[in-house]
Ligand binder design. Structure first.
Ligand SMILES: Cc1ncc(COP(=O)(O)O)c(C=O)c1O
Length: 335
């Protein structure tokens, strides 16, 4: 269900709108006051996500940003530090929340081309115990990173490092569902080495709102206190949790369709003179339009296509609401 059925919105997988069946389960959800611990649908969602990810406990939160912040604030205290990718969401795109609200120092490191953090560079940034330094407490990874899937062998190596040096290990798994679909592995296998994982329901899965943070019970109890402080304690949130349960039940298996669509869009764009696809990673296509003779944004606008078109790189994201003829319409718009 879109507001403008002829429009193709490729800006992000967050732009999906709940369809009639999802809206129906939301309307019928059994609810209660979740701050009082009374909402059975929220509890059902939390138990569901904890079991999918193989962790003891889970917490439903309004957004991925708040989920990551609750995680960072639960792992690190004032004056402590997390090691993170320079372009990671948990560093660059969350308004500095860890530093501003948590007094937690980020230690960013450039991502390698494949979305990993070079573990030698990570090791070099871990501070020794000295009063001059913040106390390094946590390593945070992201999966997927710009749609790129972290190799399982890399996660295992990172886990060996955090165990050796005594760091906690958090995953921003906003799109970990896409990683699991791409690797054809159980998402719990990806989650297993991490102390905490944040997953989003409102990206490729197509729920309107919501993320879930998972970890062991004491960690989730701490995160719940931070959620309250951050204003994320919601009342009859079962209406939203019901959408999340529906999304997990009905939209997880189809993520491979989004990956196939991204491939089709990439191949189609490559046929346009002056357009080079620089990467197709799970559900994301990155393009270089710099050699294209024309105003890409204007052409897309004329053809009712929305995309994140930038001077250096442009991104198009496949999702549930992208119509089957999107590749042909992209080519037609640019021809
Ligand atoms: C990798 C990643 N992590 C976290 C988030 C934050 O999610 P939210 O927009 O729900 O705060 C996003 C949002 O796009 C994201 O891409």
């Amino acid at each position: 269900m879109t507001n403008n059925d002829s429009q193709i919105d490729l800006r992000s997988d967050t732009v999906t709108r709940p369809g009639p069946k999802m809206r129906a389960v939301m309307a019928e959800a059994t609810v209660g006051d979740d701050v009082w611990g009374d909402d059975p649908t929220v509890q059902q969602l939390e138990a569901y996500v904890a079991s999918l990810l193989g962790k003891d406990a889970a917490l439903f939160v309004p957004s991925g940003t708040q989920s990551n912040l609750c995680a960072l604030m639960s792992h690190c205290r004032r004056g402590e530090e997390y090691v993170v990718g320079q372009n990671a969401h948990t560093y660059k795109y969350e308004a500095g929340g860890a530093a501003v609200l948590g007094s937690i120092q980020p230690q960013p490191i450039e991502f390698e081309d494949d979305g990993t953090l070079d573990l030698d560079k990570v090791r070099a940034k871990i501070k020794v115990d000295n009063e001059h330094f913040a106390i390094t407490k946590l390593l945070t990874l992201e999966n997927t990173v710009d749609g790129k899937v972290l190799p399982m062998s890399y996660i295992a190596e990172a886990k060996a490092l955090v165990d050796e040096v005594g760091l906690k290990f958090h995953l921003d798994g906003a799109r970990v569902w896409n990683a699991a679909a791409a690797l054809d592995v159980d998402v719990a296998e990806i989650a297993a080495p991490f102390d905490s994982v944040s997953v989003c329901l409102s990206k490729g899965l197509g729920a309107p709102v919501g993320s879930v943070l998972v970890g062991d019970a004491p960690f989730i109890a701490a995160a719940k206190r931070w959620r309250k402080m951050l204003g994320g304690g919601l009342r009859q949130a079962g209406i939203l949790a019901a959408a999340g349960i529906y999304a997990l039940d009905h939209h997880r298996a189809r993520l491979v369709d989004d990956h196939a669509m991204a491939h089709r869009m990439g191949e189609a764009l490559n046929t346009v003179p002056g357009v080079t696809t620089t990467g197709v990673n799970t559900n994301m296509v990155f393009c270089d339009f710099s050699a294209y003779d024309g105003d890409v944004a204007a052409r897309f606008a004329e053809h009712n296509i929305l995309a994140a078109v930038g001077p250096a790189a442009s991104r198009m994201v496949a999702h549930l609401d992208v119509p089957d003829d999107a590749p042909e319409r992209l080519v037609a718009a640019l021809s």
